[in-house]
Each structure stands twice: as C-alpha cells, then as structure tokens.
Design a protein around this ligand. Structure first.
Ligand SMILES: NC(=O)c1ccc[n+]([C@@H]2O[C@H](COP(=O)([O-])OP(=O)(O)OC[C@H]3O[C@@H](n4cnc5c(N)ncnc54)[C@H](O)[C@@H]3O)[C@@H](O)[C@H]2O)c1
Ligand SMILES: O=c1ccn([C@@H]2O[C@H](COP(=O)(O)OP(=O)(O)O[C@H]3O[C@H](CO)[C@H](O)[C@H](O)[C@H]3O)[C@@H](O)[C@H]2O)c(=O)[nH]1
Length: 323
C-alpha cells in the first residue's frame, strides 16, 4: 500500500513508519517538525508542512494514497488547560483540514490517534469502549471531538476510519535507532531513565497518597511497536469494513510508578534518584485498558507486556539517543 503518515517524525509515528517500511509498504511522511525529528523518519520521504496549510496538503497529491495514518497533535495535558485554543486549533481544525483535503482527493480511509484521555476520570478499573467519555481537559476533549467528526464523516461522505485510543505509549524500537524525544519531556519512563543517566535531576513522583498498591498511580504501558502493528491491522480492517470504529489499546496490565522505577533499576543497574512531589492535576489513580475489542476485530494482542522488557527497549534508546 501507499500510506501517508502525518506526524511520522514524532515518537509513535516514526515507529509506524519503520514498521510499514519493514512490511514492504510505500510511505510518505508529512510533518511540521514542531515536536518531531527529521532523523526519525529514516528512509521514508519527509515532506515538511503543516496540516492547517491547505496548499501544502494539495501539493501532496493525496489521491495517490490508499490510506492516511494521522498522528499529528499537541498532546501535553497541562498545556492544553493553559492554552485550549492552541489545542482545538491544531488537533481539531488541523484534522478537519486534513479530512477536507482527503475528501477532495477521494481518499476514504483514516486511522487516527485517539487517547485514554477521552474517558476522563474512570468509573471502573478496566476501561472498555463502552466506558463513558467525559474528558477532563481540552486535550482529551479535542480528541473526542475528532472521534465525533469521524463518525459524522462516515455517515455523510462514506469515510472509513479507526480511532485508536492508546493508553501509555512506551518503549522504543529494539534497534535503538529511534525512540522518544520530547522537549519538554513529561512522560514517566523517559524521565526515569534521564534521572538514571543524571540528565534531568531527581525524578519527581507525582503523588504517593493514591488508593493503589503503593500509593502511586497505576498506568497501562503499551509498547510503541505493538501500537504500530495495531495501526497496520486497522488499515487492513478498513478494506472490508465501512463506518467509524474505535478501539482501546493497552496491554491490560497496570503498573504503579514505583513498580516502573523498580523495573528500570533492575534493567539498567543504575540508581534512579527520586523524590515525592504533590499530585499532578487531572491524574486519575488507575487507568487500565480492556483491549478485548481489538483482539476480536483486529486480531491484535500486544507482544511485549512485561514492564521490564518495555523499559529495556527505552533504555537502549536513551543511553545513546541520536536526537
Ligand atoms: N505518547 C502517548 O503516550 C500517547 C498516548 C495517547 C495518544 N497519543 C497521541 O498519539 C499521537 C502521537 O503522539 P506522540 O507521543 O508520538 O507525539 P509527538 O509529538 O512525538 O508526535 C506528533 C508529531 O506530529 C507533528 N505535528 C503536530 N502538529 C502538526 C501539524 N499541525 N502539522 C504537521 N505536523 C504536526 C509533530 O511535529 C510530531 O512529529 C498524538 O496524536 C497523541 O495525542 C499519544
Ligand atoms: O515525571 C513524571 C512523569 C509522570 N509521572 C506519573 O507517571 C504516570 C504516567 O504519566 P505520563 O505523563 O507518562 O502519562 P499519562 O498517564 O499522564 O498520559 C498518557 O495518557 C494520557 C491519557 O490518559 C494521554 O493520552 C497522554 O498523551 C499520555 O502520555 C502518572 O501517574 C504521572 O503522574 C511522575 O510521577 N513523574
């Protein structure tokens, strides 16, 4: 297939690009490099441009593509609270611009990066697709809006789409060639490894008074290459399924912040200096995905579920990060 990967220079998108190339697909990356890295796209062609620039999208000649996989977004929750217009502008208006260009060109398949943040505070420990969606910040709200746009577009224009709601994307390609590199970095595992490398000062653990095994938050860490595999399966699913579909993607197991630190210590053999800090606003105590629907309809199960194995791949990247 010929696939356009929007946001393919970012963390998850670059793993998607590598996975598609390894499976013989033709890939073009469209990215404004606001948080992405040109080096991350490897052998794929990179077109630098912004989703909100309709002329730039027209120059891509979208009619040549079988599908679009769309990773572009602003995705830092507290920034979305401080500057919601920027989030609705990039995440909603940007996606709308892409969808309109796809419609003009007759491209009828999209796989979209949604998030567990669409759920807000969980009302049950394990979240399936029937769990109510009540986002508690503009980031989650922007992603839920796009899910709504995709449902409307399917009814009005026959667009076929899959929205994949990832829980906590983690790890890196085992080659060590690509990995997670955000500035600022807000995610737990990179911050743990940076603390271990003496790069970011002590790790701050946000809250140790949650109602969990050890008082720290529980999250479901899903390996980035498992996510990439799910996206290709989603594109294939759209070959013979109309409509707008949503799937939760996680590994079904939750780990506390302390357990992730312990795993990192065991894998790296280095001390991870940390201190306790106040709770971070908007952090639910526990978020764990039920991915049964993805198992049933996409024939997808995560391959890397051990937290030590996930951290080990991230460590290979972080100790010699190329960007
Ligand atoms: N990382 C996670 O744990 C996680 C969890 C759930 C959902 N998501 C979603 O997955 C997607 C990818 O996340 P990531 O961690 O790889 O983020 P990232 O910031 O590394 O990647 C996003 C990419 O999109 C590009 N981009 C952003 N706005 C653009 C625009 N208007 N035009 C062109 N390019 C643009 C950026 O330059 C970057 O390369 C995002 O949509 C995010 O909301 C991520
Ligand atoms: O330096 C840090 C970073 C994180 N944490 C804690 O570690 C856990 C995981 O935090 P991350 O920031 O790594 O991930 P989130 O669960 O906050 O966010 C992830 O899931 C969200 C959905 O709920 C969004 O999709 C978001 O993009 C995605 O990164 C949280 O309990 C957080 O408080 C720390 O203690 N210290």
């Amino acid at each position: 297939m010929k696939i356009l990967v929007c946001g393919g220079a970012g963390y998850i998108g670059s793993h998607m690009v590598r996975y598609l190339l390894a499976h013989g697909h033709h890939v073009v990356v469209f990215d404004n490099l606001s948080t992405g890295h040109a080096l991350a796209v490897g052998k794929a062609r990179l077109v630098v441009g912004d989703l909100r620039d309709r002329q730039a999208l027209r120059r891509l000649y979208l009619q040549r593509y079988d599908a679009v996989i769309h990773f572009c977004a602003h995705s830092i929750v507290p920034h979305s609270v401080a500057d919601p217009y920027a989030y609705y502008e990039n995440n909603v208006a940007g996606t709308l611009s892409l969808l309109q260009a796809m419609r003009e060109a007759g491209v009828a398949k999209m796989v979209f990066s949604s998030t567990a943040a669409v759920f807000g505070h969980p009302s049950s420990p394990l979240l399936d697709e029937h769990h109510p969606t009540v986002p508690i910040n503009p980031y989650g709200a922007s992603k839920l809006m796009v899910e709504g746009v995709l449902a409307d577009a399917s009814r009005a224009y026959g667009l076929r789409s899959v929205a994949l709601r990832y829980f906590n994307a983690a790890g890196a390609d085992p080659s060590g060639d690509i990995g997670e590199s955000h500035q600022p970095e807000t995610h737990l595992i990179p911050n743990i490894l940076r603390a271990g490398l003496g790069q970011g000062g002590r790790l701050k653990i946000f809250g140790n008074d949650y109602d969990t095994r050890d008082g720290t938050c529980v999250r479901d860490y899903i390996h980035v290459n498992d996510l990439a595999r799910a996206h290709l399966k989603a594109v294939e699913f759209l070959h013979d399924h109309e409509g707008a579909h949503v799937f939760n993607l996680g590994n079904g197991k939750g780990f506390t912040v302390r357990e992730v630190i312990d795993a990192a210590r065991a894998v790296t053999g280095v001390n991870i200096p940390y201190e306790y800090a106040p709770r971070r606003a908007g952090d639910p105590a526990v978020l764990i995905a039920s991915s049964n629907k993805a198992r049933e309809f996409l024939d997808w199960v995560p391959a890397v579920t051990d937290i030590g194995d996930i951290v080990e791949t991230a460590w290979r990247w972080h100790r010699a990060a190329k960007y």
